[in-house]
Design a protein around this ligand. Structure first.
Ligand code: SF4
Ligand code: SF4
Length: 180
């Protein structure tokens, strides 16, 4: 019968020598390999204390943007949800009431907007589909966790803050879009 691989070898059940039976040379050989690795340059880093540099247009944790006046850009049109190949986005639309003009830019807004981060494949299609420049992927990494429900990111985790210090800079991604 033809061998499946050219790395096959014939197993010989020969009797072990005295040196082989005390396993000492094999143990010393193993320790030498470990010691050699101690002095080699480490390829790992101490994450999360240390982080590797990432591309400015890395696709990570999404942000729902506000305009210059602090109003939410999203108008709950649903195009991002339709474009999402992972069906990770769900939302509930609501009508803006008189007096809420300072909160929402358009007459319709998303009262609920959720992304299932366990389904998301960070493809960026939601960002490309959005006609209002409301959703962008950012260079922030989604934190790890043990509970599935913690990966449903609602508006509390997606909408950026109103204060200038809490705004998320997406200018590099926005510029990248305009070159398409
Ligand atoms: S990045 Fe891709 S998979 Fe994730 S929510 Fe947007 S469209 Fe869906
Ligand atoms: S994020 Fe953009 S595409 Fe998605 S519902 Fe809001 S406005 Fe529409």
């Amino acid at each position: 019968m033809q061998a499946l691989t050219n790395r096959s070898m014939v197993v010989v059940n020969k009797k072990m020598t005295w040196m082989e039976r005390i396993y000492l040379p094999a143990i010393i050989g193993g320790l030498m390999i470990t010691i050699r690795h101690l002095f080699k340059k480490k390829v790992t880093i101490q994450y999360p204390e240390q982080e590797r540099p990432r591309s400015a247009v890395y696709r990570g944790w999404h942000v729902l943007k506000r305009d210059e006046q602090g109003r939410e850009n999203c108008t709950a049109c649903g195009l991002c949800a339709v474009a999402c190949p992972a069906e990770a986005i769900t939302m509930t639309a609501a009508e803006r009431k008189p007096g809420e003009e300072h909160l929402y830019r358009e007459e319709k807004y998303a009262s609920v907007y959720e992304i299932n981060m366990l389904r998301c494949i960070f493809c960026g299609l939601c960002e490309e589909a959005c006609p209002k420049e409301a959703i962008f992927l950012t260079d922030r990494i989604v934190p790890s966790g043990m509970l599935r429900e913690n990966f449903i990111f609602g508006k509390d985790k997606l909408v950026e803050g109103v204060e200038p210090d809490n705004r998320i800079d997406v200018s590099k991604r926005a510029r990248a879009h305009r070159t398409y």
